[in-house]
Design a protein around this ligand. Sequence first.
Ligand SMILES: [Zn+2]
Length: 346
Amino acid sequence: MQFKDIVGQRDIINRLTAVIDSGRVSHAQRIIGDERDGSLQLAWAYLQYLCCEHKQHFENGELRADSCGECPSCKKISQLVHPDLHFIFPNPPNGSSNVSAEDYMKEFLDFMLNTHALGTLNDFNDTLSGDVKTSMIRETDAAHLVKVLSMKPYEGGWRMVVIWNADRMNAAAANELLKTLEEPLPMTIILLVDNYDKKLLPTIESRVQTIKLKAGSEKSKVEDNPEFAGMLVGWLRMLFKLKMKELSAQVDKMAALNREQLKLFLQYGLGTMRACFLATAAGVECHLGSGDEKFDSQFPKMITTNNIELIESAFDDAIFAIERNAYAKIALMELSFRISKALKKR
Ligand SMILES: [Zn+2]
């Protein structure tokens, strides 16, 4: 998970990367947002950036920095196989007091990968056929964590703990964890991730630094730009029909934008595709803002794990071509054919 994969929250992300770059990382932090605001995504991308061996810094982008996505550490964290990355989450009791999050780890990691960390606790419990009401973080979970942290890290770098839905921690678990939160271990970071409306036990709350995500709408709403939205939707419709004359006329309209505007339009299109993909993965609505409700509700479902990478690389190549002064109409026709093909692979 890279920061670029998160929709919105640019100000917060830029502040976080600045703090990491300055080396003043707080050992216990709480990330809170509404459901599906991406708080778990942010924790994931944060840890990937923290450990990245080739952090990237950008001069003029909306992000000031991001992880490279390519180094061994990035790969392990993005695939959730880093040996020093640990998760605790509410788990159903299952009739035995010894059950812990460890027993559901495979299901949890699959859930994170499948939903791009946008799923809710309800969604997760659906995959377990567990009972959300009794799903808790218990003393066994906290004790396991304390034990893990008493051992040496495998890779000699950061040890990372994510406590998802930390408000579901019962008092016994919280007490077990207090010492760990009070006396930070070297090179150890604990991120508590949960929702606005949930209360943490005060003893825990007072020991963590809080990061609040911007609420609501940002997650699935593509940034407002009615002119671009209309043009994008007009073009996407043509890609289904592929009637050459109409497509060519639509592409002419796009190619008439000046180069800078065209680049912005393509970036807008790419952002829209990503937002559609994330919204569909999380099972929420994505609003294209075209004014055509039927198209707005149907189109996002066309973007899936089967074609998002093809679509992203097609847009990236078109943006690259426009930056290099390629003939706009040819670049846009090429993009049209590639997107049309990709949409059929959903
Ligand atoms: Zn990296």
